[in-house]
Write a protein that binds this ligand. Structure first.
Ligand code: NAP
Length: 404
């Protein structure tokens, strides 16, 4: 079977990998410009296709028949060419979105739901929450996304982001401030890169259950694969594939006292995994054209920390890296979100007597025992796991087994 994905720009698509894990067929990314779409759809040189931005509505006139769910949402993301050459349009985003809510334990039944965004994903979310029996659902468009309008819906219990706000490379942006909605018991964000958007991080901080878009992406692909092949795939495959993608996309972030071996362990991890290693301190020196002692001397610790946060923001929004941070990165709470959004944070622990101090202004000017005492709660706050460092290759193996 010739299967593919139709879209305008498909550079960062995860779909070929997801489909290679779902079934035994090739999956071709097919970029088609707007002016070429008509000729492409008339010819339709595929047996079946998924359709993505911006064509989910545009392909509808070429369908001889639509599934009920495609009709209801008014968008098609799966097309099958039938034996007589006519096209059948279906929509698997509905299933993907409802799976995403279910997996996060979020039920819209009887709830007031606020949906941010008024495009394709919003139509899917509206259909799902209506079918689940939401008490009320309110759609906030770009024009109505104002503090005054949002305040009218401060009693919303579930909030769903269907806008691209906060999506890579615009990490850190949020479409709304969650402080406006004190009654929230669930937040869902259809974005899957970064793994945790600013909106999700804000929900996490408030202890509100939240869901990210990766499970939706994989679940909709699972149903599409079943439609393509006529086979049946267990739901456990969704979790297996989402887990593979999560591990592949996540950064491994090393934190710990200055001189504890983050660079050597990071280099060893990079060799073991084949992933790119980025040392934040080296990156700061490269960008600033000054050594770290020079930056400290010229701008003080506050100036250095500001530069460190800027560089960390740029590095940590990428995926699949090994990142060694500076020892003091934990002294700024803001850096937690930057490192955590796409990363698993590993704290390296080493005997104080073994810490290297050369070229490290704070390690040379401060008592290390005092520094460790002050920072220990900060390292504990940031760390997902803590690993003792003895031999760097052995430590790298321990980390790899624990997080990949
Ligand atoms: P779309 O049709 O372009 O819709 C996006 C909507 O968000 C538009 O109505 C846009 O308004 C609105 N918007 C933008 N900024 C806003 C703001 N600050 N406040 C309120 N509304 C705002 O795109 P889509 O197909 O729905 O996709 C949206 C996002 O969902 C993308 O990031 C996409 O990757 C993601 N998605 C994920 C999955 C998945 O499987 N996880 C599936 C589908 C989509 P304007 O038109 O006025 O700009």
């Amino acid at each position: 079977m010739k299967i593919g994905l139709l879209g305008e720009k498909l550079g960062h698509s995860y779909s070929p990998q997801i489909h290679s894990l779902l079934g035994d067929y090739s999956y071709e990314l097919t970029e088609v410009g707007k002016e070429e779409l008509d000729a492409f759809m008339r010819d339709f040189p595929f047996d079946a296709m998924n359709v993505t931005i911006p064509y989910k509505k545009d392909v509808i006139p070429y369908m001889s028949q639509l599934s009920d769910r495609a009709k209801k949402i008014g968008s098609v993301n799966t097309v099958i060419k039938r034996p007589d050459g006519t096209l059948y349009g279906d929509n698997t985003d509905y299933y993907g979105f409802s799976y995403m809510l279910r997996k996060a334990g979020i039920s819209a039944k009887g709830k007031k739901v606020i949906i941010i965004g008024a495009g394709g994903a919003s139509a899917t979310a509206q259909a799902v929450v209506t079918d689940e029996g939401a008490r009320e659902s309110v759609v906030i468009s770009k024009q109505t996304n104002t503090p005054e309008v949002l305040a009218l819906h401060a009693d919303a219990e579930i909030l769903i982001n269907t806008t691209p706000v906060g999506m890579y490379p615009n990490n850190g942006e949020s479409p709304v401030d969650l402080d406006i909605f004190p009654a929230l018991i669930g937040v869902a964000d259809v974005i899957y890169n970064p793994a945790e958007t600013a909106l999700m991080l804000a929900a996490e901080k408030r202890g509100i259950p939240c869901a990210g878009g990766l499970s939706m992406l994989v679940a909709q692909a699972k149903l599409a694969s079943e439609i393509f092949t006529g086979g049946s795939i267990a739901d456990t495959e969704i979790e297996r594939i989402a887990d593979i993608l999560t591990k592949q996309m996540r950064n491994i972030v090393l934190i710990g006292m200055p001189g504890c071996g983050k660079t050597t362990v990071g280099t060893a991890l990079s060799k073991l995994t084949g992933r790119r290693f980025v040392d934040c301190d080296e990156e700061i020196v490269k960008r600033e054209g000054r050594t770290i002692p020079e930056i400290f001397a010229e701008e003080g610790e506050d100036g250095f920390r500001r530069i460190e946060s800027e560089v960390t923001a740029d590095i940590a929004k990428e995926s699949g890296l090994i990142i060694a941070t500076g020892g003091g990165v934990v002294t700024r709470e803001r850096n937690y979100d930057l490192l955590h959004q796409n990363g698993i944070i590993v704290c390296l622990k080493r005997n104080l007597s073994e810490l290297a101090t050369e070229g490290r202004p704070l390690s040379q000017s401060r008592d290390l025992h005092e520094m460790e005492k002050e920072r220990a709660p900060m390292y504990a706050r940031f760390a997902d796991i803590t690993v003792d460092v003895h031999d760097s290759t052995e430590t790298a193996k321990v980390i790899m087994e624990a997080v990949l």
